[in-house]
Design a protein. Structure first.
Length: 300
């Protein structure tokens, strides 16, 4: 069975940008695109009361308009659309279980209103079986490419780099594979980054790290990153790879590293904690603050 790229659509600018990003990604992968609009208040086609027909007709117009816009922009892409009378998270998780990729709109830090922002997006990312990509409003095809020689936006220039966040202390092959495949499809360079942080300000620490301790930690981190990437470098010899290791708070460093990137790839452990599924503090921070699309990839 062909697993599609699924884009959640609610009519917001963020979700429209996500649908266009999903269309381009579906073309890169040679997969169909499925648009999904879900709300438990949707009536069925047999509904006659105006208060039941109104949300249904709005959903129909929303999907029809998106289909027409995407068909015009990507005529070679197979697109389908579905409206589902279910809570948003449940519908998205169900669709994600049969999808290659799930793409949602993201409003970023401090914005919690909207169908696919705030708690809905976080709950979906935390529990989805497939990778989830979050896309900001205004993201365009030109944003995936470097500016031309005159500093103008273009789709004819090389793609911006893919940035991969590697937790060298965990087995995260699914995350690394996703990043290498994404870079290969875009013929883009891949920058793998790993940040280690020594919280010497806390009471249990003996004090600031001396030069030798810092040097040893840096060398250990560099070796761990190189070891994690080695088999993937061999599997994707055409991908240009650079490695960067540094000391600092990972979330802050990742947001800085992703400035100017075309895609940021981070991992999410699938093992649930005592309070249920969650994305982890680093992934959640970059979801809110990174300006480029962020792919959150589940892994063991």
């Amino acid at each position: 069975m062909v697993r599609p790229v699924v884009a959640g659509l609610d009519g917001s600018r963020e979700s429209v940008a996500a649908a266009h990003w999903a269309a381009r990604e579906a073309l890169r992968r040679g997969l169909p695109l499925r648009l999904l609009h879900a709300w438990e208040g949707l009536g069925n086609d047999d509904a006659t009361l105006p208060e039941l027909r109104a949300p249904l007709e709005w959903a129909k117009r929303l999907l029809r308009s998106a289909m027409d816009e995407l068909d015009e922009s990507y005529p070679q892409l197979h697109i389908s659309a579905d409206r589902i009378a279910q809570p948003a998270v449940a519908a998205l998780l169900s669709a994600g279980a049969e999808a290659e990729l799930l793409v949602l709109g993201s409003q970023g830090f401090g914005r919690v209103s909207g169908f696919l922002a705030g708690s809905v997006a976080l709950a979906t990312v935390a529990r989805a079986e497939c990778p989830v990509v979050l896309v900001r409003s205004g993201e365009s095809a030109e944003d995936e490419h470097l500016p031309d020689g005159a500093a103008r936006a273009s789709t004819r220039t090389p793609c911006r780099e893919v940035v991969l966040a590697v937790d060298a202390g965990q087995s995260c092959d699914a995350v690394i594979r996703f990043a290498f495949e994404s870079a290969a499809r875009r013929t883009a360079p891949l920058r793998a980054v790993h940040y280690w942080y020594f919280p010497h300000a806390y009471g249990y620490a003996p004090g600031p790290m001396d030069g030798r301790s810092r040097s040893e930690s840096q060398a250990h981190a560099e070796q761990a990153l190189a070891t994690a990437l080695k088999p993937w470098r061999e599997r994707f010899p055409a991908v240009e790879v650079s490695e960067s290791v540094g000391n600092g708070r990972p979330a802050q460093q990742l947001v800085h590293a992703a400035a100017g990137a075309g895609l940021l790839v981070v991992g999410r452990r699938t093992r649930q904690g005592s309070i249920g599924a969650h994305t982890g503090p680093v992934a959640q921070a970059v979801m809110h603050q990174a300006r480029c699309p962020v792919a959150v990839v589940p892994h063991d």
